[in-house]
Design a protein around this ligand. Structure first.
Ligand code: PLP
Length: 455
């Protein structure tokens, strides 16, 4: 590596950048919960990027596993070979999964995993001769990925809009479960969950249950709403309706899964088992790009005994180095007891958030589970009126936080004009209480500065 830190503004750089800064910071190091740039500035990574770096940065066990795998074999096409880390990672995941989940397929990220899950669901129907089942019911204000199939399932209006001619596929959207925004005055959680489940079943009956392939949902809504779990009983009712109508339940745990909520799978807290679980981000914790689709034994049986063979496929499926990294990550999480730590520290994190931010007039709601927390910002606490979407408050918060050495994941402002801006925090599972408190302190200062700047 060169001794002189690389420094490039947009005009000099040949990269089509995602970062909005005129001269994006250059990441040169990472230690635990901290990232370091070319000037030696340290950033507290309180969102693991986008809920990715759950083990923190620079874990030597993962590094060693990656190097060891490179010394064996970097790539062997899964059309010909299996490989040891892929087999072991599949064992580990199926042992951790709810009863009846025996088989996994590995891809390179969340969107690919969603595409694969939808294709596997369709293949399951085709193999059974259930050809009319094509339609997917998903939820408004959801994010399932950026490739066209995943974007079709996505309910986030802003993310879909530029691509509408391509994403109109056979998808219908129903309401998300978002008690802070949409529970009626005087309605109980149970009543709200039951009402949404009844609305879902009504939509299913309108569409014709025999045409519906799957219901797709994030157990805790991440990027679009900011860590919104469902009310108790909602997913149990959805599970029952899906089973009764032969509709597959696919849970998108790309962001909320792999320990982030204090359970290996977020759906454990909802007391249900879906038919397919999709995961990515925390699986490889950012050490390598990887996603996975975990399918029920029944789906695996139909596919493995079917005529078509596994029809979803990508060149880098089950990549040995990615699987070795993810295996080392998951073993480290298991050996260090980090899921239990997240479960225990979750209430501490929530308390710190309430103490640090709860009294501020612009904080409408603090929510989430484990190390997956959202703060919704409102112009008026009483009416829950959001800040104007055009003000771009969330973007300003991101900039102000970064300037204060904090990485967080704000969003909002374009969601059906109803919800407000929010900030998502998803720190590494190793974050100390002091680091959590520091993140909240910096976030409060960043929001104040952003509000001052946007008027
Ligand atoms: N599903 C959810 C819930 C996500 O949050 C994301 C990404 O943020 C995706 C799918 C897409 O994953 P990826 O960005 O790895 O393609």
């Amino acid at each position: 590596m060169s001794e002189i830190p690389l420094r490039r503004n947009r005009a000099q750089s040949r990269v089509l950048h995602r970062a909005s800064a005129a001269e994006p910071a250059v990441a040169v190091g990472g230690e635990g919960c901290w990232l370091i740039d070319q000037d030696g500035r340290r950033y507290l990574d309180a969102s693991g990027g986008a809920a990715v770096s759950c083990l923190g940065h620079g874990d030597p066990r993962v590094r060693a596993a990656i190097l060891a795998q490179l010394d064996r074999v970097a790539f062997a096409h899964t059309g010909f070979f299996t490989n040891e880390p892929m087999e072991r990672l599949a064992d580990l995941l199926s042992e951790a999964a709810p009863e009846g989940f025996g088989k996994v397929c590995f891809v390179s990220g969340g969107s690919e995993a969603i595409e694969s899950a939808l294709k596997i669901a369709r293949q399951h129907a085709v193999e059974r001769g259930d050809l009319a089942r094509t339609r997917v019911i998903a939820r408004r204000q959801s994010y399932h990925g950026n490739t066209l199939g995943a974007l079709s399932a996505t309910g986030n209006v802003g993310r879909r809009r530029p691509f509408l001619p391509w994403v109109m596929g056979d998808v219908v959207h129903v309401a998300p479960c978002h008690a802070y925004r949409y529970r009626l005055p005087g309605e109980s959680d149970t009543g709200y969950g039951a009402r949404l489940a009844a609305e879902f079943e009504r939509e299913l009956l309108i569409q014709g249950p025999e045409t519906v392939l799957a219901f797709l949902a994030e157990p805790v809504v991440g990027a679009t709403l900011g860590a919104v779990p469902a009310v108790e009983g909602y997913f149990k009712a959805i599970r029952e309706i899906c089973t009764r109508h032969g509709v597959l339940l696919i849970l998108d745990e790309v962001m909320c899964g792999m320990g982030r909520t204090g359970h290996t799978f977020a759906c454990e807290a909802d007391g249900i088992a879906p038919d397919i679980i999709v995961m990515a981000k925390g699986l490889g914790a950012g050490y390598q790009p990887i996603g996975a689709v975990l399918v029920s034994d029944e789906i695996a049986r139909v596919i493995e005994t079917g005529r078509l063979g596994l029809t979803t496929g990508h060149t880098y499926m089950g990549h040995p180095v990615a699987c070795a990294a993810a295996l080392a990550v998951q073993e480290a999480i298991r050996d260090d007891g980090l899921v239990a730590r997240v479960r225990e520290m979750g209430p501490v994190f929530e308390r710190l958030l309430r103490e640090g931010l709860g009294d501020r007039p612009y904080v409408g709601d603090i929510r989430g589970r484990g190390f997956f927390r959202g703060i919704e910002l409102v112009a008026d606490r009483e009416s829950k009126a959001p800040f104007p979407a055009g003000a771009g408050l969330w973007k300003k918060i991101k900039e102000e936080a970064f300037a204060r050495g904090l990485i967080c994941y704000p969003g909002g402002g374009t969601v059906d004009g109803l919800s407000g801006d929010h900030v998502l925090l998803a720190p590494p599972f190793i974050a100390t209480e002091e680091e959590l408190a520091l993140a909240i302190d910096r976030l409060g200062a960043a929001i104040d500065a952003a509000l001052a700047a946007t008027g």
